[in-house]
Design a protein around this ligand. Structure first.
Ligand code: CUA
Length: 333
């Protein structure tokens, strides 16, 4: 990007200022540097045009001021070259911003396939985190350096927003829906975790920390933290407790569709539509079973609204996912 090369001295100056008096938070994720570069670029472009425009305004005001009451300016009939120049340059600059921004947005939004999935539930006013191995944390998130982490998040009440400035990532956490956020931490240390959406009286107190550890330390932490049952085991227990198996694992005559290998599959609904089964659809089917019934089945499933917590639903999803991943090796309900 030649524009970037042109702006290199300015970027270096900003980097020097940053090292003495930080303008931006620490950079601790794989995307942080790129996000900062884009912001420096936007700032540099804005400053450049502000200076040019204001200088010209003052220069023209003085140079072409009216010098006597009867002075009449020469009429001007436009200049095609000038018009093309001042339309073309902003077009190029804004297209650079657009493609650069879109590229980065895509990087930040699409998690790598091998990312480790953790679950986050926001509520007034705390963050609840569940690791696949069963560890639970409140307002603290332990992650290893260098491993892509994907958070699947929902809220028990109002809209929150999961925000880790040092990672340059932020995502709304919504009631009744799953949102995703991913990052790869690149530097061990402790970083701020904020709620970035006003969510009631103690919104400003809905804070926590992300503890990034070297992989070996992380393993030690993982083994030391009380695990209890894993997400899948918890899901298997709930599956049994709510008698899901009586309808969903009863063979060809079952009243409900089999849940084996269902996640990621596309299914036909009674309405004739087809949809791809994802976490959101599983959640909806637990809470509002008659909303989207699979073709060939009757809407006979009762709702589990109010009987199962958001965390319980996440456990059930983890269990159903384990049926998808490796049939037969999932914990038996
Ligand atoms: Cu949760 Cu603000």
């Amino acid at each position: 990007m030649s524009l970037l090369t042109t702006l290199a001295p300015l970027l270096n100056l900003l980097a020097a200022v940053q090292s003495q008096a930080p303008l931006v938070p620490e950079r601790a994720s794989s995307v942080a540097r790129q996000v900062d570069l884009l912001y420096y670029f936007l700032t540099a472009v804005t400053l450049f045009f502000t200076v040019v425009i204001f200088s010209l305004v003052f220069y023209f005001a003085i140079r072409y001021r009216r010098r006597s009451p009867d002075e009449r300016p020469r009429p001007i009939f436009g200049s095609l070259r000038l018009e093309i120049f001042w339309s073309g340059v902003p077009l190029i600059v804004s297209m650079v911003m657009f493609f650069w921004g879109a590229y980065l947005f895509y990087q930040i939004r699409v998690p790598p396939k091998d990312a480790t999935q953790l679950f986050v539930v926001g509520k007034q006013w705390m963050w609840k985190i569940q690791h696949p191995e069963g560890q639970r944390e409140i307002n603290t998130l332990h992650v290893p350096v260098g491993r892509p982490i994907k958070l699947t998040m929902t809220s028990e009440d109002v809209i929150h927003s999961f925000y880790v400035p040092a990672f340059r990532v932020k995502m709304d956490v919504l009631p009744g829906r799953y949102t995703e956020l991913w990052f790869t931490a690149t530097k061990a240390g402790e970083y701020h975790l904020f709620c970035a959406e006003y969510c009631g009286t103690k919104h400003s107190g809905m804070i926590g920390r992300v503890v990034v550890m070297e992989p070996a330390d992380y393993e030690t932490w993982l083994n030391g933290a009380p695990a209890g049952e894993t997400l899948e085991e918890g899901g298997a227990r709930l599956f049994r407790q709510f008698n899901c198996h009586t309808c969903h694992e009863a063979g060809p005559t079952a009243r409900g569709p089999s849940l084996h290998e269902i996640l990621g599959k596309s299914v036909r609904l009674r309405s004739g539509e087809t949809l791809t089964v994802d976490e959101g659809y599983l959640r909806e089917s637990i809470l509002q079973p008659s909303a989207k019934v699979v073709a060939g089945y009757e809407p006979v499933m009762p709702t589990y609204q109010g009987q199962i917590s958001e965390e319980g639903i996440l456990q059930l999803i983890a269990y159903i996912k384990s049926l998808t991943r490796t049939e037969g090796t999932a914990p038996q309900p």
